[in-house]
Design a protein around this ligand. Structure first.
Ligand SMILES: [Mn+2]
Length: 355
């Protein structure tokens, strides 16, 4: 595996490349062109400039998170082919710049969903949290207002104001899209992009839906092992793989995380490893990465990744806000750096005990 760190780019991230370079064992960043909109072609020049900036700091671009999918593709509307062509052009430009891993998601309307961005934990840290009761009492628009209010001035990925301004319109457009239709549209998209992925050796890594169930009546398909296997077999190409996100699959306590990793051997192209603390089946908060701070066994998760010979990029995921840091919720420096160090420690121990 390669230990990496998510970085949103100069001007968008409070964390600098210099700081990331000083986290022991982190060699790569997972980044994006944060000022592009879904459906737009990423120019070779912009990708090249980003790459030069990252490499000048002594790091490398280990992958992209994310190249977002235009709603026309997810809805399957008549103009989708134009957006798929643009996506192919972006993939080609990334391939030409020697970038070989792209994370994306296929969630309708919302990206990840949380009901609180700063729930206080007993140690005084603040974390993102989810409560089904809070969701059930909200409508999507008021949810956007409360999310943007608590975001420390940051624009959260997936919660861009221009998207939320047309949220009613988006719901209307998705009204005939059920799970079957969404699978069908994903298949159509994947079949179209596989040739360029084959040509440039680009691993597509679909991110699970978070939380791993339907919210606000919208269909969600990347939620469990059965559905992932269906997604992989409907377009059976090794470049059609997954981002194994422990925190997202883990929202559904029926998902056996180490078991899923073992079942996905060879098709996990990217890993997000973090911990959640469940207060009940439908109320959870994000914990420190350390196993005993939350509900997951991080040793078993890392061991499963080791056992399947995982050699892709891995990153710590949402961190707690600690030590008075002010940053995008979930994406401060300190707790994610602690997470990277912990995951590196687990990996070293697993590796040595297997030799
Ligand atoms: Mn994730």
């Amino acid at each position: 595996m390669e230990m990496t760190f998510r970085w949103f780019g100069t001007g968008f991230d409070t964390v600098t490349l210099k700081q990331i370079r000083q986290i022991p064992g982190v060699t790569g960043v997972i980044t994006t062109l944060y000022d592009t909109t879904p459906g737009e072609v990423w120019s070779r020049e912009k990708i090249h400039a980003l790459k030069e900036e990252v490499e000048a700091s002594g790091l490398r671009i280990a992958g992209i998170e994310s190249v977002n999918i235009h709603d026309a593709i997810k809805i399957g509307s008549p103009d989708r082919d134009q957006y798929i062509d643009n996506y192919i052009e972006t993939l080609k430009n990334l391939g030409e710049e020697d970038i070989h891993m792209v994370c994306y998601n296929f969630m309708p309307v919302f990206d990840w969903t949380r009901t609180e961005l700063a729930r206080k934990r007993p140690d005084g840290s603040t974390v993102l949290a989810y409560s089904q009761a809070a969701i059930d009492a909200l409508n999507p628009e008021t949810m956007f207002e409360s999310i943007s209010k608590d975001a420390n001035g940051a624009i959260l990925p997936g919660w861009e104001p221009e998207r939320m301004a047309i949220i009613k319109e988006l719901f209307e457009k998705y009204k005939d899209v059920d799970e079957e239709k969404l699978f069908e549209n994903l298949k159509y998209f994947l079949e179209k992009i596989m040739p360029v992925c084959d040509e440039y050796d680009i691993n597509m890594a679909i991110h699970p839906d978070d939380p791993a169930w339907s919210v606000f009546g919208l269909p969600r398909i990347i939620v469990n092992i059965e559905n992932i296997q269906r997604m992989m077999s409907m377009v059976d190409n090794p470049h059609n793989g997954v981002t194994f996100c422990a925190g997202s699959y883990g929202t559904n306590r029926k998902n056996d995380l180490p078991g899923m990793i073992r079942a996905l051997k060879g098709r996990i192209h990217f890993a997000h490893v973090r911990n959640l603390k469940f207060n009940s089946d439908d109320d959870f908060e994000e914990a420190a990465h350390l196993s005993r701070d939350g509900s997951f066994d991080l040793y078993e998760i890392m061991k499963a990744l080791y056992d399947i010979g995982f050699d892709g990029p891995i990153r710590p995921d949402h961190g707690r806000m600690i030590w008075d840091e002010v940053a995008m919720p979930g994406y401060g420096l300190y707790d994610r750096a602690l997470g990277a160090t912990y995951l590196n420690g687990l990996w070293e121990a697993i590796e040595k005990s297997n030799k």
